[in-house]
Write a new protein. Sequence first.
Length: 185
Amino acid sequence: MTLTKIRTAAASSLAAAGLLFSLAACSTPAATPPATSAPASSPAAESGAASGPCDGVQVIVDSGALEQEAADTSVCVPVDGPTLASEVLDEAKVKTEGTTQYPTELVCRVNGVPAADFDITHKGGTHREECSGMPAAFAYWALWVKPAAGTWEYAQEGLATLQVSPGQSLELLFTVDGEPATPTA
C-alpha cells in the first residue's frame, strides 16, 4: 500500500472518529484573497535550541521541505507532568491555525507558515495553502512525538488531546511529497 493510500485511509478513519490532526488543508479555492507573506520569527524561534538537556518537553518546529523557515524553532518548555500538547505549544509561543472546515482538528499553518501567498513546489507543480478543508496529501504539517530514550513516532492523537511528559520531544514537521519522512532532531 502506498503512503498516499495509507494517509488517505488513516485520515478517513480519523475523521470518522473525530481525531483528525496535524495536516494542512486541501487546495479548494478561497473565497477571500490570500494574506501576504509570513510574519517574522516568533520570540520562541529567536531563542533557538535549548543549550543543554531539556527537563521539560523539547518543542521543535521544522518547515522541512517547505523552504520557508519563519516557523522553525526549538525550545524547551518546563512541565511537571503530563500536559496537553496544545498547552506546551502555547508556552513555546508556537501559534497553530486550523482550517475553516476543521478549525481545531487540523494544523494548516504554524507561525504563519506556509503563508497564503507562498507557492509550495511539489511533484505535481505548485500549490497554495488555502486552509479551507481537508489536507493536501502531498503537503502538510505532521505531528511527531519522541520519548526520552526512543525514536520518533507519528502522533496518534491531535494537539487538543495528546499529552506529553517531561523528557519527551514534540515536533511539527512540514512534509512535501513524503520528504522529510521523519524528524531528524
